[in-house]
Design a protein around this ligand. Structure first.
Ligand SMILES: Cc1cc2nc3c(=O)[nH]c(=O)nc-3n(C[C@H](O)[C@H](O)[C@H](O)COP(=O)(O)OP(=O)(O)OC[C@H]3O[C@@H](n4cnc5c(N)ncnc54)[C@H](O)[C@@H]3O)c2cc1C
Length: 578
Protein backbone atom coordinates (compact mmCIF):
# COMPACT_ATOMS: atom_id res chain seq x y z
CA UNK A 1 0.00 0.00 0.00
CA UNK A 2 1.73 3.21 -1.12
CA UNK A 3 1.05 6.64 0.31
CA UNK A 4 -1.79 8.60 -1.37
CA UNK A 5 -2.47 12.34 -1.21
CA UNK A 6 -5.79 13.07 0.49
CA UNK A 7 -6.65 16.25 -1.39
CA UNK A 8 -10.43 16.00 -0.89
CA UNK A 9 -9.93 15.80 2.89
CA UNK A 10 -7.46 18.68 2.90
CA UNK A 11 -9.87 20.83 0.92
CA UNK A 12 -12.78 19.89 3.14
CA UNK A 13 -10.85 21.14 6.17
CA UNK A 14 -9.60 24.30 4.48
CA UNK A 15 -12.75 25.29 2.63
CA UNK A 16 -15.75 23.76 4.42
CA UNK A 17 -14.56 23.64 8.02
CA UNK A 18 -12.27 26.67 8.30
CA UNK A 19 -13.36 28.90 5.40
CA UNK A 20 -9.63 29.62 5.13
CA UNK A 21 -9.84 31.16 1.66
CA UNK A 22 -12.11 34.01 2.76
CA UNK A 23 -9.92 34.81 5.76
CA UNK A 24 -6.77 34.81 3.61
CA UNK A 25 -8.21 36.82 0.74
CA UNK A 26 -8.93 39.62 3.22
CA UNK A 27 -5.15 40.00 3.58
CA UNK A 28 -3.62 42.25 0.88
CA UNK A 29 -0.86 39.84 -0.33
CA UNK A 30 -3.41 37.05 -0.89
CA UNK A 31 -6.25 38.99 -2.51
CA UNK A 32 -5.75 36.91 -5.67
CA UNK A 33 -5.50 33.54 -3.90
CA UNK A 34 -8.93 32.29 -4.93
CA UNK A 35 -10.27 28.83 -4.14
CA UNK A 36 -9.39 27.41 -7.54
CA UNK A 37 -5.79 28.60 -7.31
CA UNK A 38 -5.44 27.06 -3.85
CA UNK A 39 -7.03 23.82 -5.03
CA UNK A 40 -4.73 23.68 -8.03
CA UNK A 41 -1.63 24.14 -5.87
CA UNK A 42 -2.77 21.34 -3.55
CA UNK A 43 -3.50 19.01 -6.48
CA UNK A 44 -0.09 19.61 -8.06
CA UNK A 45 1.66 19.27 -4.71
CA UNK A 46 -0.10 15.95 -4.10
CA UNK A 47 0.96 14.64 -7.53
CA UNK A 48 4.57 15.71 -7.03
CA UNK A 49 4.79 14.12 -3.58
CA UNK A 50 3.11 10.91 -4.71
CA UNK A 51 5.17 10.47 -7.88
CA UNK A 52 8.60 11.83 -6.95
CA UNK A 53 9.04 11.65 -3.17
CA UNK A 54 6.93 8.77 -1.81
CA UNK A 55 8.64 6.10 -3.97
CA UNK A 56 12.00 6.93 -2.31
CA UNK A 57 10.81 6.32 1.24
CA UNK A 58 11.75 2.67 1.49
CA UNK A 59 15.22 3.04 -0.07
CA UNK A 60 15.81 6.04 2.16
CA UNK A 61 15.22 3.84 5.18
CA UNK A 62 16.97 0.69 4.02
CA UNK A 63 20.05 2.17 2.34
CA UNK A 64 20.18 5.38 4.37
CA UNK A 65 22.87 8.06 4.27
CA UNK A 66 26.55 7.10 4.05
CA UNK A 67 29.54 8.92 5.52
CA UNK A 68 32.52 8.81 3.21
CA UNK A 69 35.61 10.69 4.46
CA UNK A 70 33.86 13.95 5.28
CA UNK A 71 31.32 13.66 2.48
CA UNK A 72 27.76 12.50 3.02
CA UNK A 73 26.13 10.46 0.28
CA UNK A 74 22.33 10.56 0.43
CA UNK A 75 20.25 7.50 -0.60
CA UNK A 76 19.76 6.77 -4.33
CA UNK A 77 17.29 9.12 -5.96
CA UNK A 78 17.31 11.75 -3.18
CA UNK A 79 19.48 14.27 -5.03
CA UNK A 80 17.49 14.06 -8.28
CA UNK A 81 14.23 14.40 -6.36
CA UNK A 82 15.57 17.45 -4.54
CA UNK A 83 16.68 19.04 -7.85
CA UNK A 84 13.18 18.46 -9.25
CA UNK A 85 11.65 19.90 -6.07
CA UNK A 86 13.48 23.21 -6.04
CA UNK A 87 13.50 23.67 -9.79
CA UNK A 88 9.69 23.31 -9.77
CA UNK A 89 9.54 26.19 -7.26
CA UNK A 90 8.13 24.27 -4.30
CA UNK A 91 10.44 25.74 -1.61
CA UNK A 92 9.49 29.25 -2.72
CA UNK A 93 5.73 28.69 -2.33
CA UNK A 94 5.23 31.01 0.65
CA UNK A 95 8.27 33.29 0.14
CA UNK A 96 7.96 36.93 -0.82
CA UNK A 97 7.80 37.57 -4.61
CA UNK A 98 10.53 40.23 -4.08
CA UNK A 99 12.85 37.39 -3.09
CA UNK A 100 11.81 35.19 -5.99
CA UNK A 101 9.02 33.47 -4.06
CA UNK A 102 5.45 32.76 -5.14
CA UNK A 103 3.85 34.79 -2.37
CA UNK A 104 1.21 32.18 -1.51
CA UNK A 105 -0.31 31.69 1.95
CA UNK A 106 1.71 29.78 4.51
CA UNK A 107 -1.06 27.23 4.94
CA UNK A 108 -0.33 25.85 1.47
CA UNK A 109 3.28 25.32 2.43
CA UNK A 110 2.04 23.66 5.62
CA UNK A 111 -0.17 21.27 3.64
CA UNK A 112 2.73 20.52 1.26
CA UNK A 113 5.03 19.65 4.17
CA UNK A 114 2.37 17.54 5.85
CA UNK A 115 2.14 15.47 2.67
CA UNK A 116 5.91 15.32 2.22
CA UNK A 117 6.44 14.17 5.80
CA UNK A 118 3.82 11.43 5.50
CA UNK A 119 5.27 10.26 2.21
CA UNK A 120 8.96 10.41 3.14
CA UNK A 121 9.96 11.97 6.45
CA UNK A 122 13.69 11.37 5.93
CA UNK A 123 13.87 13.20 2.61
CA UNK A 124 11.65 16.01 3.89
CA UNK A 125 14.10 16.88 6.66
CA UNK A 126 16.40 18.40 4.01
CA UNK A 127 14.13 21.25 2.86
CA UNK A 128 12.29 21.34 6.21
CA UNK A 129 14.40 24.17 7.64
CA UNK A 130 14.50 26.32 4.52
CA UNK A 131 11.53 28.51 5.27
CA UNK A 132 12.63 29.12 8.85
CA UNK A 133 16.09 30.14 7.67
CA UNK A 134 14.48 32.39 5.05
CA UNK A 135 12.31 34.18 7.65
CA UNK A 136 15.20 34.55 10.07
CA UNK A 137 17.49 36.08 7.43
CA UNK A 138 14.76 38.25 5.96
CA UNK A 139 13.89 39.81 9.31
CA UNK A 140 17.34 40.05 10.88
CA UNK A 141 20.01 39.76 8.17
CA UNK A 142 22.08 42.70 6.90
CA UNK A 143 21.39 43.96 3.37
CA UNK A 144 24.65 42.42 2.14
CA UNK A 145 23.77 38.99 3.57
CA UNK A 146 20.25 39.21 2.20
CA UNK A 147 21.42 40.17 -1.27
CA UNK A 148 23.68 37.11 -1.54
CA UNK A 149 21.80 34.43 0.38
CA UNK A 150 18.08 35.22 0.51
CA UNK A 151 17.12 34.44 -3.12
CA UNK A 152 19.11 31.18 -3.05
CA UNK A 153 17.48 30.09 0.18
CA UNK A 154 14.03 31.18 -1.03
CA UNK A 155 14.42 29.16 -4.22
CA UNK A 156 15.95 26.20 -2.39
CA UNK A 157 19.04 26.27 -4.65
CA UNK A 158 21.01 26.17 -1.38
CA UNK A 159 19.82 24.32 1.70
CA UNK A 160 20.12 25.63 5.25
CA UNK A 161 20.70 24.16 8.71
CA UNK A 162 20.00 25.19 12.26
CA UNK A 163 23.13 24.57 14.38
CA UNK A 164 22.05 24.92 18.01
CA UNK A 165 22.76 21.68 19.89
CA UNK A 166 26.20 20.98 21.42
CA UNK A 167 27.33 17.86 23.25
CA UNK A 168 26.62 19.40 26.70
CA UNK A 169 23.92 21.90 25.56
CA UNK A 170 20.63 20.37 24.40
CA UNK A 171 17.43 21.77 25.87
CA UNK A 172 19.55 24.33 27.73
CA UNK A 173 21.02 26.27 24.83
CA UNK A 174 22.36 28.86 27.29
CA UNK A 175 25.22 26.42 27.92
CA UNK A 176 26.44 26.70 24.31
CA UNK A 177 30.20 27.30 24.05
CA UNK A 178 30.68 27.90 20.32
CA UNK A 179 32.61 31.15 19.90
CA UNK A 180 32.56 33.91 17.29
CA UNK A 181 35.78 36.04 17.31
CA UNK A 182 35.34 39.44 15.62
CA UNK A 183 37.66 39.97 12.62
CA UNK A 184 38.99 43.24 11.19
CA UNK A 185 36.75 42.97 8.09
CA UNK A 186 33.54 42.74 10.14
CA UNK A 187 33.24 38.97 9.85
CA UNK A 188 33.61 36.48 12.74
CA UNK A 189 35.79 33.40 13.12
CA UNK A 190 33.36 30.76 14.37
CA UNK A 191 34.75 27.81 16.35
CA UNK A 192 33.02 24.97 18.17
CA UNK A 193 31.31 21.62 17.83
CA UNK A 194 27.62 21.18 17.06
CA UNK A 195 25.92 17.80 17.22
CA UNK A 196 22.72 16.30 15.84
CA UNK A 197 22.67 18.77 12.93
CA UNK A 198 20.07 17.69 10.36
CA UNK A 199 21.50 18.07 6.87
CA UNK A 200 24.83 19.45 8.15
CA UNK A 201 26.49 17.85 5.12
CA UNK A 202 25.02 16.19 2.00
CA UNK A 203 25.16 15.98 -1.78
CA UNK A 204 21.81 17.65 -2.50
CA UNK A 205 23.02 21.23 -3.11
CA UNK A 206 26.30 22.96 -4.03
CA UNK A 207 26.29 25.07 -0.89
CA UNK A 208 24.84 24.73 2.63
CA UNK A 209 24.06 27.80 4.73
CA UNK A 210 24.52 27.11 8.44
CA UNK A 211 22.79 29.27 11.04
CA UNK A 212 25.03 28.80 14.08
CA UNK A 213 24.26 29.81 17.65
CA UNK A 214 27.37 30.94 19.53
CA UNK A 215 28.74 33.74 21.66
CA UNK A 216 31.18 36.61 21.29
CA UNK A 217 34.30 36.44 23.49
CA UNK A 218 33.00 39.01 26.00
CA UNK A 219 29.39 37.74 26.05
CA UNK A 220 27.77 36.96 29.40
CA UNK A 221 27.03 33.35 30.27
CA UNK A 222 23.50 32.01 29.62
CA UNK A 223 20.95 32.50 26.85
CA UNK A 224 21.26 36.31 26.79
CA UNK A 225 24.87 36.01 25.66
CA UNK A 226 24.03 34.06 22.52
CA UNK A 227 24.44 35.44 19.01
CA UNK A 228 23.50 33.97 15.65
CA UNK A 229 25.99 33.61 12.81
CA UNK A 230 25.50 32.77 9.15
CA UNK A 231 28.32 30.40 8.17
CA UNK A 232 28.32 29.08 4.58
CA UNK A 233 29.94 25.80 3.58
CA UNK A 234 31.30 27.44 0.41
CA UNK A 235 32.46 31.07 0.35
CA UNK A 236 31.41 33.57 -2.34
CA UNK A 237 34.78 33.07 -4.13
CA UNK A 238 34.18 29.32 -4.36
CA UNK A 239 36.67 28.28 -1.62
CA UNK A 240 35.64 25.88 1.18
CA UNK A 241 35.00 27.45 4.58
CA UNK A 242 36.82 26.08 7.65
CA UNK A 243 34.13 23.63 8.76
CA UNK A 244 33.69 19.89 8.46
CA UNK A 245 31.27 17.08 9.12
CA UNK A 246 33.04 14.66 11.47
CA UNK A 247 30.51 11.84 11.31
CA UNK A 248 26.84 11.04 10.97
CA UNK A 249 24.81 9.35 13.71
CA UNK A 250 23.46 5.79 13.58
CA UNK A 251 19.79 6.22 14.50
CA UNK A 252 16.59 4.36 15.38
CA UNK A 253 14.88 5.77 12.27
CA UNK A 254 14.98 8.70 9.86
CA UNK A 255 17.81 7.04 7.98
CA UNK A 256 17.24 9.21 4.93
CA UNK A 257 18.30 12.32 6.86
CA UNK A 258 21.97 12.74 7.79
CA UNK A 259 22.28 13.78 11.46
CA UNK A 260 25.73 15.33 11.57
CA UNK A 261 28.45 16.23 14.05
CA UNK A 262 29.78 19.53 12.70
CA UNK A 263 33.15 21.06 13.59
CA UNK A 264 33.71 24.78 13.00
CA UNK A 265 37.47 25.65 13.03
CA UNK A 266 37.52 29.44 12.85
CA UNK A 267 35.03 29.33 9.98
CA UNK A 268 34.09 32.68 8.47
CA UNK A 269 30.63 33.83 9.48
CA UNK A 270 28.56 36.98 9.83
CA UNK A 271 26.20 38.12 12.53
CA UNK A 272 22.48 37.79 11.90
CA UNK A 273 20.78 40.49 13.96
CA UNK A 274 22.41 42.11 16.97
CA UNK A 275 25.13 40.58 19.11
CA UNK A 276 23.61 38.86 22.15
CA UNK A 277 20.18 38.68 20.47
CA UNK A 278 20.68 35.36 18.70
CA UNK A 279 17.75 33.62 20.35
CA UNK A 280 15.55 36.58 19.50
CA UNK A 281 16.54 36.23 15.82
CA UNK A 282 15.64 32.54 15.98
CA UNK A 283 12.23 33.24 17.53
CA UNK A 284 11.01 34.49 14.14
CA UNK A 285 11.27 30.95 12.88
CA UNK A 286 10.17 29.21 16.08
CA UNK A 287 6.36 29.16 15.72
CA UNK A 288 6.52 28.21 12.05
CA UNK A 289 9.20 25.56 12.70
CA UNK A 290 7.21 24.00 15.55
CA UNK A 291 4.06 24.04 13.46
CA UNK A 292 6.05 22.22 10.76
CA UNK A 293 6.87 19.51 13.29
CA UNK A 294 3.22 19.27 14.39
CA UNK A 295 2.34 18.77 10.71
CA UNK A 296 5.03 16.09 10.45
CA UNK A 297 3.10 14.34 13.22
CA UNK A 298 -0.22 14.66 11.37
CA UNK A 299 1.35 13.51 8.08
CA UNK A 300 3.09 10.51 9.64
CA UNK A 301 -0.02 9.38 11.50
CA UNK A 302 -2.06 9.69 8.31
CA UNK A 303 0.53 7.58 6.47
CA UNK A 304 0.31 4.87 9.16
CA UNK A 305 -3.50 5.05 9.10
CA UNK A 306 -3.62 4.69 5.31
CA UNK A 307 -1.59 1.49 5.52
CA UNK A 308 -3.61 0.06 8.43
CA UNK A 309 -6.94 0.94 6.85
CA UNK A 310 -5.98 -0.74 3.56
CA UNK A 311 -4.76 -3.84 5.38
CA UNK A 312 -7.91 -4.02 7.51
CA UNK A 313 -9.95 -4.12 4.28
CA UNK A 314 -8.11 -7.23 3.03
CA UNK A 315 -7.14 -9.45 5.94
CA UNK A 316 -9.78 -11.79 7.42
CA UNK A 317 -9.75 -13.44 10.86
CA UNK A 318 -12.62 -15.02 12.83
CA UNK A 319 -16.14 -13.73 12.92
CA UNK A 320 -16.92 -10.27 14.22
CA UNK A 321 -19.90 -9.69 16.56
CA UNK A 322 -22.96 -8.29 14.85
CA UNK A 323 -25.07 -5.40 16.23
CA UNK A 324 -28.42 -6.45 17.76
CA UNK A 325 -30.40 -4.98 14.87
CA UNK A 326 -28.25 -6.51 12.11
CA UNK A 327 -29.70 -9.02 9.67
CA UNK A 328 -29.11 -12.67 10.71
CA UNK A 329 -25.61 -13.80 9.79
CA UNK A 330 -25.12 -16.25 6.97
CA UNK A 331 -24.37 -19.51 8.85
CA UNK A 332 -21.75 -20.53 6.32
CA UNK A 333 -20.04 -17.17 6.01
CA UNK A 334 -16.29 -17.24 6.46
CA UNK A 335 -14.11 -15.09 8.67
CA UNK A 336 -14.71 -11.35 8.72
CA UNK A 337 -12.41 -8.53 7.71
CA UNK A 338 -10.05 -7.20 10.40
CA UNK A 339 -11.69 -3.80 9.93
CA UNK A 340 -15.05 -5.30 10.97
CA UNK A 341 -13.80 -6.30 14.42
CA UNK A 342 -14.81 -3.60 16.90
CA UNK A 343 -11.40 -3.51 18.61
CA UNK A 344 -9.67 -2.78 15.29
CA UNK A 345 -12.38 -0.42 14.05
CA UNK A 346 -11.89 1.53 17.26
CA UNK A 347 -8.13 1.88 16.66
CA UNK A 348 -8.68 3.08 13.11
CA UNK A 349 -11.47 5.52 13.96
CA UNK A 350 -9.67 6.96 17.00
CA UNK A 351 -6.52 7.67 14.98
CA UNK A 352 -8.64 9.13 12.19
CA UNK A 353 -10.22 11.48 14.75
CA UNK A 354 -6.77 12.73 15.81
CA UNK A 355 -5.56 13.19 12.24
CA UNK A 356 -8.61 15.19 11.18
CA UNK A 357 -8.52 17.36 14.31
CA UNK A 358 -4.79 17.87 13.78
CA UNK A 359 -5.40 19.21 10.30
CA UNK A 360 -8.12 21.59 11.47
CA UNK A 361 -5.95 22.96 14.27
CA UNK A 362 -2.68 23.13 12.36
CA UNK A 363 -4.23 24.74 9.27
CA UNK A 364 -6.08 27.19 11.46
CA UNK A 365 -2.78 28.11 13.12
CA UNK A 366 -1.08 28.42 9.74
CA UNK A 367 -3.76 30.90 8.66
CA UNK A 368 -3.23 32.83 11.91
CA UNK A 369 0.50 33.05 11.15
CA UNK A 370 -0.36 34.95 7.97
CA UNK A 371 -3.00 37.07 9.74
CA UNK A 372 -0.38 37.98 12.37
CA UNK A 373 1.92 39.18 9.59
CA UNK A 374 -0.37 40.81 7.10
CA UNK A 375 -3.64 42.00 8.64
CA UNK A 376 -4.25 45.76 8.45
CA UNK A 377 -5.63 45.98 12.00
CA UNK A 378 -3.10 45.87 14.85
CA UNK A 379 -5.53 44.31 17.36
CA UNK A 380 -6.34 41.49 14.91
CA UNK A 381 -2.62 40.93 14.32
CA UNK A 382 -2.01 40.76 18.09
CA UNK A 383 -4.86 38.28 18.60
CA UNK A 384 -3.48 36.06 15.83
CA UNK A 385 0.02 36.26 17.29
CA UNK A 386 -1.34 35.35 20.71
CA UNK A 387 -3.14 32.33 19.23
CA UNK A 388 0.06 31.11 17.56
CA UNK A 389 2.09 31.61 20.71
CA UNK A 390 -0.34 29.68 22.95
CA UNK A 391 -1.44 26.95 20.57
CA UNK A 392 1.80 26.08 18.73
CA UNK A 393 3.51 24.26 21.66
CA UNK A 394 0.28 22.32 22.23
CA UNK A 395 0.13 21.18 18.61
CA UNK A 396 3.84 20.32 18.47
CA UNK A 397 3.70 18.15 21.57
CA UNK A 398 0.24 16.61 21.19
CA UNK A 399 0.46 15.64 17.53
CA UNK A 400 4.01 14.29 17.67
CA UNK A 401 3.00 12.22 20.72
CA UNK A 402 0.00 10.96 18.78
CA UNK A 403 2.09 10.26 15.67
CA UNK A 404 4.31 7.81 17.52
CA UNK A 405 1.70 6.22 19.77
CA UNK A 406 -1.00 6.25 17.10
CA UNK A 407 1.36 4.76 14.48
CA UNK A 408 2.14 2.02 16.99
CA UNK A 409 -1.62 1.39 17.33
CA UNK A 410 -1.89 1.24 13.53
CA UNK A 411 0.93 -1.33 13.56
CA UNK A 412 -1.25 -3.40 15.91
CA UNK A 413 -3.87 -3.67 13.17
CA UNK A 414 -1.36 -5.76 11.18
CA UNK A 415 -0.55 -8.10 14.05
CA UNK A 416 2.82 -9.74 13.42
CA UNK A 417 2.79 -8.49 9.84
CA UNK A 418 3.20 -4.97 11.18
CA UNK A 419 6.29 -5.85 13.15
CA UNK A 420 8.11 -7.16 10.09
CA UNK A 421 9.32 -4.77 7.42
CA UNK A 422 7.12 -5.81 4.51
CA UNK A 423 4.27 -3.34 5.00
CA UNK A 424 6.38 -0.33 6.01
CA UNK A 425 4.38 0.60 9.11
CA UNK A 426 7.25 -0.22 11.49
CA UNK A 427 9.36 2.40 9.67
CA UNK A 428 6.75 5.03 10.46
CA UNK A 429 6.85 4.13 14.16
CA UNK A 430 10.66 4.46 14.16
CA UNK A 431 10.70 7.65 12.09
CA UNK A 432 7.96 9.34 14.11
CA UNK A 433 9.68 8.89 17.48
CA UNK A 434 12.13 11.73 16.99
CA UNK A 435 9.42 14.31 16.42
CA UNK A 436 8.72 14.15 20.18
CA UNK A 437 12.35 15.11 20.81
CA UNK A 438 13.62 17.70 18.35
CA UNK A 439 12.54 21.33 17.88
CA UNK A 440 12.21 21.50 21.70
CA UNK A 441 11.31 18.25 23.47
CA UNK A 442 7.65 17.73 24.33
CA UNK A 443 8.42 18.35 28.00
CA UNK A 444 9.97 21.71 27.09
CA UNK A 445 6.84 22.55 25.04
CA UNK A 446 4.63 21.77 28.06
CA UNK A 447 6.73 23.97 30.35
CA UNK A 448 6.75 26.71 27.71
CA UNK A 449 2.95 26.58 27.65
CA UNK A 450 2.13 26.41 31.35
CA UNK A 451 5.05 28.06 33.10
CA UNK A 452 6.04 30.73 30.56
CA UNK A 453 2.81 31.51 28.74
CA UNK A 454 -0.20 30.64 30.91
CA UNK A 455 0.66 31.19 34.57
CA UNK A 456 2.65 34.47 34.53
CA UNK A 457 -0.38 36.62 33.59
CA UNK A 458 -2.85 34.47 35.52
CA UNK A 459 -4.13 32.90 32.30
CA UNK A 460 -5.17 36.17 30.61
CA UNK A 461 -3.46 35.51 27.25
CA UNK A 462 -4.62 31.89 27.37
CA UNK A 463 -8.22 32.95 27.96
CA UNK A 464 -8.02 35.42 25.08
CA UNK A 465 -6.90 32.61 22.76
CA UNK A 466 -9.88 30.47 23.84
CA UNK A 467 -12.28 33.38 23.61
CA UNK A 468 -12.04 33.56 19.81
CA UNK A 469 -12.89 29.86 19.61
CA UNK A 470 -15.88 30.21 21.89
CA UNK A 471 -17.36 32.78 19.55
CA UNK A 472 -17.29 30.19 16.75
CA UNK A 473 -19.41 27.69 18.68
CA UNK A 474 -23.15 27.43 19.10
CA UNK A 475 -24.13 26.60 22.73
CA UNK A 476 -27.40 25.07 21.49
CA UNK A 477 -25.62 22.05 19.97
CA UNK A 478 -24.43 19.25 22.26
CA UNK A 479 -20.93 18.89 20.81
CA UNK A 480 -20.48 22.65 20.99
CA UNK A 481 -21.84 22.88 24.54
CA UNK A 482 -19.35 20.18 25.60
CA UNK A 483 -16.50 22.06 23.94
CA UNK A 484 -17.55 25.27 25.71
CA UNK A 485 -17.69 23.45 29.04
CA UNK A 486 -14.12 22.17 28.58
CA UNK A 487 -12.90 25.69 27.91
CA UNK A 488 -14.65 26.94 31.05
CA UNK A 489 -13.14 24.10 33.12
CA UNK A 490 -9.69 24.89 31.77
CA UNK A 491 -9.97 28.55 32.73
CA UNK A 492 -11.08 27.57 36.22
CA UNK A 493 -8.19 25.10 36.45
CA UNK A 494 -5.69 27.80 35.51
CA UNK A 495 -6.91 29.94 38.41
CA UNK A 496 -6.41 26.94 40.74
CA UNK A 497 -2.96 26.21 39.30
CA UNK A 498 -1.89 29.81 39.90
CA UNK A 499 -2.75 29.47 43.59
CA UNK A 500 -1.33 25.94 43.94
CA UNK A 501 1.90 27.04 42.25
CA UNK A 502 2.36 29.74 44.91
CA UNK A 503 2.27 27.09 47.64
CA UNK A 504 4.26 24.48 45.73
CA UNK A 505 6.56 25.98 43.09
CA UNK A 506 7.53 22.52 41.79
CA UNK A 507 3.91 21.63 40.96
CA UNK A 508 3.56 23.48 37.62
CA UNK A 509 6.70 21.76 36.29
CA UNK A 510 5.45 18.38 37.44
CA UNK A 511 1.99 18.68 35.88
CA UNK A 512 2.85 20.69 32.75
CA UNK A 513 2.50 17.61 30.51
CA UNK A 514 -0.97 16.87 31.94
CA UNK A 515 -2.02 20.46 31.43
CA UNK A 516 -0.84 20.49 27.81
CA UNK A 517 -2.70 17.24 27.18
CA UNK A 518 -5.88 18.74 28.65
CA UNK A 519 -5.59 21.78 26.41
CA UNK A 520 -4.95 19.50 23.42
CA UNK A 521 -8.07 17.45 24.19
CA UNK A 522 -10.17 20.62 24.56
CA UNK A 523 -8.85 21.87 21.20
CA UNK A 524 -9.52 18.51 19.55
CA UNK A 525 -13.10 18.68 20.90
CA UNK A 526 -13.44 22.17 19.42
CA UNK A 527 -12.02 21.05 16.07
CA UNK A 528 -14.58 18.24 15.84
CA UNK A 529 -17.41 20.58 16.83
CA UNK A 530 -16.36 22.69 13.83
CA UNK A 531 -16.10 19.63 11.56
CA UNK A 532 -19.60 18.57 12.66
CA UNK A 533 -21.00 21.95 11.61
CA UNK A 534 -19.52 21.76 8.09
CA UNK A 535 -21.66 20.74 5.10
CA UNK A 536 -21.15 17.06 4.34
CA UNK A 537 -20.07 16.13 7.87
CA UNK A 538 -22.97 13.65 8.17
CA UNK A 539 -21.25 11.30 5.71
CA UNK A 540 -19.95 8.03 7.25
CA UNK A 541 -16.38 9.20 6.48
CA UNK A 542 -16.75 11.88 9.17
CA UNK A 543 -19.33 10.23 11.43
CA UNK A 544 -17.23 7.18 12.35
CA UNK A 545 -14.28 9.15 13.78
CA UNK A 546 -16.68 11.60 15.40
CA UNK A 547 -18.35 8.75 17.34
CA UNK A 548 -14.95 7.25 18.28
CA UNK A 549 -13.83 10.66 19.52
CA UNK A 550 -16.81 11.01 21.84
CA UNK A 551 -16.52 7.45 23.16
CA UNK A 552 -12.77 6.89 23.38
CA UNK A 553 -10.80 10.16 23.15
CA UNK A 554 -12.58 12.99 24.93
CA UNK A 555 -13.32 11.11 28.20
CA UNK A 556 -9.58 11.40 28.88
CA UNK A 557 -10.23 15.10 29.53
CA UNK A 558 -12.29 14.26 32.63
CA UNK A 559 -9.70 11.75 33.85
CA UNK A 560 -6.78 14.18 33.57
CA UNK A 561 -8.83 16.99 35.06
CA UNK A 562 -9.58 14.83 38.10
CA UNK A 563 -5.88 14.02 38.52
CA UNK A 564 -4.82 17.63 38.21
CA UNK A 565 -7.45 18.94 40.59
CA UNK A 566 -6.41 16.32 43.18
CA UNK A 567 -2.76 17.38 42.81
CA UNK A 568 -3.70 21.05 43.26
CA UNK A 569 -5.88 20.23 46.23
CA UNK A 570 -2.99 18.40 47.88
CA UNK A 571 -0.84 21.52 47.45
CA UNK A 572 -3.50 23.94 48.65
CA UNK A 573 -4.81 21.88 51.60
CA UNK A 574 -1.94 19.50 52.48
CA UNK A 575 -3.35 18.45 55.85
CA UNK A 576 -6.80 17.62 54.46
CA UNK A 577 -5.38 15.73 51.48
CA UNK A 578 -3.13 13.67 53.76
C1 LIG B 1 17.38 13.11 14.53
C2 LIG B 1 17.65 14.40 15.25
C3 LIG B 1 17.75 15.58 14.52
C4 LIG B 1 18.08 16.77 15.16
N1 LIG B 1 18.25 17.92 14.41
C5 LIG B 1 18.77 19.02 15.02
C6 LIG B 1 19.17 20.16 14.24
O1 LIG B 1 19.01 20.20 13.01
N2 LIG B 1 19.74 21.21 14.88
C7 LIG B 1 19.95 21.21 16.22
O2 LIG B 1 20.48 22.18 16.73
N3 LIG B 1 19.57 20.15 16.99
C8 LIG B 1 19.00 19.06 16.42
N4 LIG B 1 18.64 17.98 17.18
C9 LIG B 1 18.84 18.04 18.63
C10 LIG B 1 17.54 18.15 19.40
O3 LIG B 1 16.96 19.41 19.22
C11 LIG B 1 17.88 17.84 20.88
O4 LIG B 1 18.13 16.45 20.94
C12 LIG B 1 16.79 18.26 21.82
O5 LIG B 1 16.71 19.66 21.88
C13 LIG B 1 17.03 17.73 23.25
O6 LIG B 1 18.32 17.95 23.69
P1 LIG B 1 19.17 16.71 24.29
O7 LIG B 1 19.10 15.61 23.31
O8 LIG B 1 20.51 17.21 24.67
O9 LIG B 1 18.37 16.26 25.58
P2 LIG B 1 18.44 16.97 27.06
O10 LIG B 1 18.23 18.43 26.92
O11 LIG B 1 19.65 16.50 27.75
O12 LIG B 1 17.14 16.34 27.71
C14 LIG B 1 17.07 15.00 28.22
C15 LIG B 1 15.65 14.77 28.76
O13 LIG B 1 15.43 15.68 29.85
C16 LIG B 1 14.29 16.49 29.59
N5 LIG B 1 14.57 17.85 30.06
C17 LIG B 1 15.64 18.62 29.82
N6 LIG B 1 15.49 19.81 30.41
C18 LIG B 1 14.30 19.81 31.02
C19 LIG B 1 13.56 20.74 31.80
N7 LIG B 1 14.01 21.97 32.04
N8 LIG B 1 12.37 20.36 32.27
C20 LIG B 1 11.86 19.14 32.02
N9 LIG B 1 12.50 18.22 31.30
C21 LIG B 1 13.70 18.55 30.81
C22 LIG B 1 14.09 16.48 28.08
O14 LIG B 1 12.73 16.71 27.75
C23 LIG B 1 14.56 15.07 27.73
O15 LIG B 1 13.49 14.19 27.89
C24 LIG B 1 18.26 16.79 16.57
C25 LIG B 1 18.12 15.61 17.30
C26 LIG B 1 17.84 14.43 16.66
C27 LIG B 1 17.75 13.16 17.48
Amino acid sequence: MSWQPQIADLRFVLDDVLGAGDRLRALPPFAEADASLMAQVLEEAGKFVENEIAPLNRTGDEIGCRFDGGRVVTPPGFADAYAAFWQAGWPALACDPDDGGQGLPWVLEGALYEMLSGANHGWTMAPGLLHGAYECLKHHGSDALKAHYLPRIASGEWLATMCLTEPHAGSDLGLARTKGEPQADGSFAVSGTKIFISGGEHDLTDNIVHLVLGRLPDAPAGPKGLSLFLVPKVMADGTRNALACERIEEKMGLHGSPTCVMRFDGATGWLIGEAGRGLNAMFVMMNAARLHVALQGVGLLDAAWQKADAYAKERRQMRAPRPADAAPADPVRGPDLIGEHPAMRRILDVQRAWIDAGRVLAYRTAVELDVARHHADAATRDAAQNWCSVVTPVLKAAFTHQAFHGASECLQVFGGHGYVREWGVEQIVRDARVTMIYEGTNEIQAIDLLVRKVLPDGGAAFSRALLGLRAELDAGQTAHADALRRFAELRYLVATLVEAGKKDPVLPYEVADDFLRLVALALVGWAWARIGAAPGAQAPRWQAPSVALTRHVLPEFEMRMTMLKARCKAALQPAEAA
